[in-house]
Design a protein around this ligand. Structure first.
Ligand code: ATP
Ligand code: MG
Length: 587
């Protein structure tokens, strides 16, 4: 039985959901058969397709996925989940030149990390468009035989010159009216490697006068003597993306082929290919339907794969997973969670309107996701020594704090207060300032989970930088004891005892670019890099963090969310990444 009845509405409505719901209720999709794997209409597929809908995520394995891809992943896998469907993981690997196994592995790992699976309902829907090379070739022969395609031997330059423009119609190629037999012979020679690259292409025969340039006899196949990462040297002709994509969708029984808006003008060709091949008995109906949605663009970064590649290869970042990068491996390293990215994608929604989103929207989703799950701890990022002059020699006072204020069941973390503490330099001033309630001579503050202290003196250097603080403490003011409430103070600061503090490397990040739209217009985008986007500080951590595991998230109180680095952190050498501050930094 079809499992379309499991439909559950978790995400807000949008035009794509409306379309799917319409298609499901109209019965347009009910008569689909499925052979259990991709196939064309020449093979029998008597089984009814049990999936309500089929969507696909079709990256080209020529780079690492970025936050824009997350929108497409969450959309396609999310729709399949919500409408009793399947989402296929398909590599659009028809261009041999730029693709690589390294990218395939990383993409699979990232989609899994985001929480999605192509292995469900006893189906394994992992596909490679290169597996369809033979089917694509057979379809091309059919198009030639039925006079819908021809081999054009004009040079690329001649073809370009005859293509016309938005205001002028194109001109027919002199090869357009050659016989199907002649085209077929040439096409087979192309396949056999008898002609050099660029000497000829296979073109669809549609309309050189069409107002849509994509219908002016677009190329279907070109010659490329290149080794493909999966098919090696088996082929020396490769299908064009616009030809391979609709056929791949149809072979996989995709019902809704969702792509970004720049493909809107390609849709008539998408439909043309499918109609011709359904007429020829190669593809089953109902045919896939293409629907476009707006790309996600994030301010203060770039998401073009070519530009991300350039950042990596020029050494401006440390790699694809540099925490400053908008790649999903970069965001993961930085401490973003799959839940936060899913939440973000849900919140930004899907529409046809050009979408520019501020990174703060992503950061808010991240805080919302981490707040209930991140354990609390204390760290001092910019340490300055505080000495308590009336502290009893050698005394250690046991203190404790909850691992999480809303989860008492998680227990308490233990640490000690002593006469020498690390406090945050920014919590100290040499003299009183308006609106400043923390440490300055004469003022009292509470050491969180400890005592009230009164600042006695602040040492500064010739530039006014705070070097040392001297204070006295009130022995009856300890948090949680009877006398504590009689002390009224406005400031509340975090601290770690010098005796038991753990040294750690902490990486701090800002936006990678100083300009909100570095790659728009004519800007020299590389000159807009924020050179201060990464800073390494030597911090002091509370002792309980000795047990932190790699990739574990914490909220460092008053500072933000941090993650123990998934690759470099160890108990002997703690390394943390600052994922995001507690509050939005003002720009
Ligand atoms: P680039 O132009 O950076 O190379 P791409 O669109 O060519 O990116 P693909 O690997 O072809 O990258 O993308 C796979 C899928 O992800 C496509 O369906 C594409 O529409 C979608 N996608 C890519 N970038 C974005 C984005 N910024 N917002 C939403 N979807 C995106
Ligand atoms: Mg692409």
């Amino acid at each position: 039985m079809a499992d379309t009845t499991t439909t559950k509405q978790t995400a807000p409505p949008n035009f794509i959901r409306a379309l799917i719901e319409h298609d499901l209720s109209s019965g347009r999709l009910t008569q689909r058969s499925w052979a259990g794997r991709p196939s064309d209409a020449r093979q029998p597929a008597s089984q009814r397709d049990g999936a309500g809908i089929r969507t696909r995520f079709p990256p080209e394995p020529n780079g690492y996925l970025h936050i824009g891809h997350a929108k497409s992943i969450c959309l396609n896998f999310g729709l399949a989940r919500d409408y009793g469907g399947r989402c296929h993981m398909r590599f659009d690997d028809t261009n041999p030149v730029k693709e690589d196994q390294e990218y395939v592995d990383s993409i699979l790992d990232t989609v899994r990390w985001l929480g999605f699976s192509w292995d469900e309902h006893s189906e394994s829907n992992l596909y490679f468009a290169s597996d369809y090379f033979q089917a694509l070739y057979d379809c091309a022969e059919y198009l030639i035989k039925s006079s819908h395609a021809y081999v054009d031997e004009q040079s690329a330059e001649q073809m370009r010159a005859k293509r016309g423009s938005l205001t002028e119609p194109g001109e027919d190629s002199p090869y357009r009216h050659r016989s199907p037999e002649e085209s077929l012979m040439r096409f087979r020679e192309m396949r056999e490697g008898k002609h050099p690259e660029g000497s000829m292409v296979l073109r669809a025969k549609i309309d050189m006068r069409s107002p849509n340039l994509n219908l002016r006899d677009p190329a279907l196949y070109r010659i490329r003597f290149a080794e493909h990462h999966r098919t090696g040297n088996q082929w020396c002709i490769y299908p064009m993306y616009d030809y391979a994509h609709p056929i791949s969708d149809a072979l996989e029984n995709i019902t809704h082929s969702l792509c970004t808006l720049e493909f809107e003008d390609h849709r008539p060709f998408y439909d043309w290919v499918l109609e011709r091949l359904a007429e020829g008995g190669f593809l089953r109906r109902p045919l896939p339907q293409q629907t476009e949605f707006a790309r996600l663009n994030l301010y203060y970064t770039v998401t073009s794969k070519r530009k991300l590649q350039e950042l990596v290869s020029s050494g401006r970042v440390k790699g694809w997973d540099d925490p400053r990068m908008p790649t999903l491996v970069g965001l993961r390293r930085r401490g973003f969670t799959p839940g936060s990215i899913q939440l973000f994608c849900e919140r930004i929604g899907v529409s046809k309107a050009n979408q520019w989103v501020d990174p703060s929207v992503l950061e808010i989703a991240l805080r919302d996701d981490l707040e209930p799950q991140a354990r609390r701890a204390t760290a001092v990022m910019d340490p300055v020594l505080l000495e308590i002059e009336n502290w009893p020699q050698g005394h250690r006072e046991a203190c404790e704090a909850p691992w999480h204020p809303q989860h008492p069941g998680w227990g308490q973390r233990q640490f000690h207060c002593t006469g020498r503490l690390w406090v945050e330099r920014d919590d100290v001033r040499a003299a009183a300032e308006k609106g400043f309630f923390r440490l300055f001579p004469g003022n009292r503050v509470r050491l969180r989970y400890g005592f009230v202290i009164e600042c006695r003196a602040v040492d500064v250097d010739s530039d006014g930088k705070v070097l040392r603080v001297v204070a006295r403490y009130f022995a009856d003011s300890r948090s949680g004891t009877a006398g504590a409430d009689s002390y009224k103070v406005k400031g509340n600061i975090h601290w770690v005892s010098v005796d038991e503090a753990l040294a750690a490397d902490v990486h701090l990040y800002e936006n990678l670019f100083t300009d909100p739209q570095p790659d728009s217009g004519e800007k020299d985008w590389l000159s807009l890099i924020n050179e201060d986007a990464h800073r390494l500080v030597k911090a002091w951590l509370e002792p309980s963090l000795a047990k932190a595991q790699a990739a574990e998230h914490f909220q460092f109180e008053r500072l933000g969310y941090f993650v123990a680095d998934r690759l470099e952190h160890s108990t002997e050498r703690p390394v943390f990444q600052r994922t995001v501050g507690l509050k939005q930094a003002s720009r």
